[in-house]
Design a protein around this ligand. Structure first.
Ligand code: GLY
Ligand code: MN
Ligand code: MN
Length: 489
């Protein structure tokens, strides 16, 4: 190990380093380094925290799902490659004669693999570009001389046993197995007792929630951009929408806009559901070939920009005009959302937001005759145990995850959250038939401030009349014609 460390500390020429593409507005190594410093400050005395990269997922044969880094690992390193482990020490350690408080193990360079999959940072690139104190190659982890028993706390996330052994030396599978061996981890033991001996698989999550739940200025810039892009997608679809379009086509317009503005991914699988499909909370099939005149379409999509994702839902009438019943339900959801937004400010308990929306929705549905009363026996669906027409929560953090890590006690300044009440009335529900097939969710993204909250997703209209007005505007997609497909005739 000494030899490896010596080699590492030699400066290498930048010309020999892999050139990973970094956009000018991406988070820089200073940001990630500061996050490590903040975590270190929060860690208990004489502790070490260990983070693993996300696994690579096989799609079929030799094809893999697009790789997405584990958000904690990314937050703390900026490293986007698979197969790696990060160790953060509370106190400086003397390892093989060198003093250090963090170590990153990464994939080594490999000319043939890089020919297919693109450049790797390697250990020298990682040390320089990510500005970690020391970086090694993954196969060195096995011989890495560390005595985990000397720490009062060894903090890590428990394993899900969902990592494939690729048989490559030092892959994620090996790193995890080697860590278990070094740390005295026994399979299943921590599932029963999550803090056993000096091993702890619960405390780290709280520390990460405390950190990630409060956004820095750099993070807010990226969240704002992701939200802006997502709202422009909603606006373009409002203008382009007409009966006969398919759900997938609508999804395509949103995602085209995302890519056009440089969003690398969707923050989660896009939800585009017309009529009853919109009542399926996480409907991602998006297969309806022709959306019918008179239907509502619920569109819940978020662009992911440099790691940060928006989460915006708009529900619009396919033909540009809400029916009487659709408008009554829509305006009720809007009222609930706006009331929650009006209560939002630092110091307010998170639970107040949901309670505010639930009360307005339940009372409103009684007034409209969909519930007899607001008593549980009239409101709760015994089959699901949830509120019959508003069966989900209303708020969560957004950031590196769509359901981002954060604390759910009181709201704090610089949290970024959603408020997303909804009412979903499936065909066949106990309500009068005139309400059937109406799904409404309105979901917006907010920045919590000292005295209130800032609506970040204000570029997409939210009120029913504003949506109708926007839907009258000319669309760039109106004259967008592709040749007719003749194949298979
Ligand atoms: N898009 C998932 C959610 O709204 O929470
Ligand atoms: Mn959401
Ligand atoms: Mn959503």
């Amino acid at each position: 190990m000494k030899k490896v460390l010596g080699l590492l500390l030699c400066l290498v020429s930048a010309a020999t380093l892999a050139q990973q593409k970094v956009a000018p507005d991406d988070l820089n190594s200073e940001f990630h380094k500061e996050r490590r410093t903040e975590l270190r400050a929060k860690m208990p005395n004489n502790s070490v925290a260990i983070f693993f990269a996300n696994p690579v997922r096989n799609r079929a044969n030799d094809v893999y799902y697009i790789y997405h880094q584990d958000p904690n690992f990314y937050y703390l390193t900026g490293h986007k490659e698979p197969h790696g482990v990060l160790l953060i020490f509370k106190d400086e350690q003397k390892i093989d004669g060198e003093k250090l408080d963090e170590i990153l193990f990464v994939r080594g360079r490999d000319a043939l693999k890089e020919l297919y999959d693109g450049p790797r940072l390697g250990k020298d690139g990682a040390a320089e570009k990510l500005d970690v104190q020391v970086a090694f190659e993954n196969p060195d982890f096995e011989a890495f001389n560390i005595d985990f028993s000397k720490f009062d706390k060894v903090l890590f996330y428990d394993f899900h046993n969902d990592v494939r052994n690729t048989k490559e030396e030092g892959d994620l599978y090996d790193l995890i197995e080697q860590f278990k061996e070094k740390a005295g981890y026994k399979q299943g033991e921590l599932a029963i007792e999550p803090q056993k001996n000096n091993l702890d698989v619960v405390a780290l999550d709280t520390l990460m929630r405390e950190l990630r739940g409060i956004k820095t200025k750099e993070e807010l810039d990226l969240v704002r951009k992701a939200v802006d892009i997502s709202t422009i997608g909603q606006v373009e679809v409002m203008k382009a929408m007409r009966p006969g379009m398919s759900e997938a086509e609508i999804q395509g317009i949103h995602e085209f806009v995302f890519k056009k503005y440089g969003a690398e991914y969707e923050g989660y699988p896009s939800i585009v559901g017309a009529g009853n499909h919109g009542c399926i909370l996480h409907y991602i099939d998006n297969y309806k070939p022709a959306i019918e005149d008179g239907e509502l379409i619920l569109m819940d999509l978020g662009a992911e920009y440099h790691g940060y994702t928006a989460d915006v839902t708009r529900t619009i009438p396919v033909n540009g005009k809400f029916t009487k019943e659709q408008k009554l339900i829509y305006d009720l959801v809007y009222e609930a959302q706006q009331a929650a937004a009006d209560t939002c400010k630092a110091g307010i308990p998170f639970t107040v937001l949901y309670e505010t929306t639930r009360e307005i929705v339940n009372n409103g549905l009684v007034e409209l005759g969909l519930y007899e009363s607001t008593a549980d026996e009239d409101v709760i669906n015994p089959e699901t145990g949830r509120n019959r027409y508003y069966p989900h929560g209303c708020c969560h953090h957004i950031g590196l995850d769509v359901h981002d890590k954060g604390m759910y006690g009181n709201l704090e300044e610089n949290m970024t959250i959603t408020i997303e009440p909804g009412i979903y009335i499936m065909d066949g529900s106990p309500a009068d038939e005139k309400w059937w097939g109406i799904p409404v969710r309105i979901e917006d993204d907010y920045l919590i401030t000292k005295d209130g909250c800032e609506l970040l997703s204000d570029k997409a209209p939210r009120k029913s009349d504003e949506i109708e007005r926007m839907m009258k505007e000319e669309s760039i997609f109106t004259d967008y014609q592709l040749p007719e497909l003749k194949s298979g005739e």
